[in-house]
Design a protein around this ligand. Sequence first.
Ligand code: PMP
Length: 404
Amino acid sequence: MVHTLIERLAETDRPRLVAELRSRGISPFYRTAESMIGSSVRLEGRDVLMFGSNNYLGLAGDIRVRSAAVEQIHRYGSATTGSRLLNGSNKLHVEIEELIAGWYRAVDALVFTSGYTANVGVLSALMGSGDIIVVDEYAHASIIDGARLSGAQILRFEHNNVESLRNVLTAAETAAGEALVVVDGLYSMEGSLAPLPEIVAICQDRGAAIMVDEAHSLGLYGESLCGWAEECGVLGEVDILMGSLSKGLGSTGGFIAGSAELIAGLKGTARSHLFTTSATPASLGAALESLRIVMSPEGRDIAHQVRTSSAHLAHLLHEQGVALDLPRAGWSPILSVKIGSDEEAVEVWNEILNSGVYVGVALHPAVPRGRSILRICVTADHRPDDLRHVADVIGTAVVGVPAL
Ligand code: PMP
């Protein structure tokens, strides 16, 4: 019986692809690092330049952030061993929630053990059968999973296409329930930026609530660096703000910021918050220190450096003849190169790795079939020499592969 179930599992798309690529020795999946700090990491016995990490601000390796994590382990122990609801809340949870709420000019905030569980928790708690959740077609899996769990109807609009969003909301207007539109500030795979002012205006016009996932954009955009909604001047118009501690902040965890009523409601109903062990002292210690750095004048310098490096790399890649789909609304630390088929993308990815550079690769189902991409992430750890080297390597591997 269980044998049949496991066989069925192995026949789904992803395991089949993983097994096939592994047998050819070119799998991008589950490669194992021996060191992860800085722009050069050690991967299976070789030094490679890391251009596939979400450590945009370089804080995961910052000695102050690492020391803060260690300090909190010494103070509180290695784990909280309980849910927030019962024995798993400590002063670090409260401190970070107050800091985050103030950062987003929200009344309150709630920390989750990951960004994934934050999205799943808020959507499944807030929405229900008869309601409508409208998502960008490139919405992150955690948004889709939360929406599915809620029992609400899920409607998709074309990526960053405001007319498509308007049409979907207009067609949905006859429904009796509530409508919530969920978008990312910065899309994690493509590096594109949501046209938030237009999206917010459409939501207001159609009476839909709006939630923005700032997982990748916090620490990089806006006057106080809390994300893309702030940079777009619509922070106060967004009903629910979601963020992750797991990317720019160099830790692990997620949060929701919003009204007092929203947070109080989630504390009683968000199952992915209630029925899991709370964020560890180490994660919170690291995230708190990162937040202090981001909120200090140094934060602006770091964001500025990432921006300058990203623009420089985009220029170098352009000189190499690599076609990039850069967002029009602003700059992005994520540069994506369209490749096409999964097979081609893996071949190119492997050639780049063999030249000593690790980039991300997004294959189906992370992206639509036939639209695989290389995902190049620029971080504050990268130096001009790294940028020049990676541009040469990617240029050599990519040019000649027909673009989509
Ligand atoms: N939202 C988006 C847009 C993401 O890209 C991710 C992670 N890749 C998450 C949420 C989940 O965040 P976490 O990694 O903290 O679970």
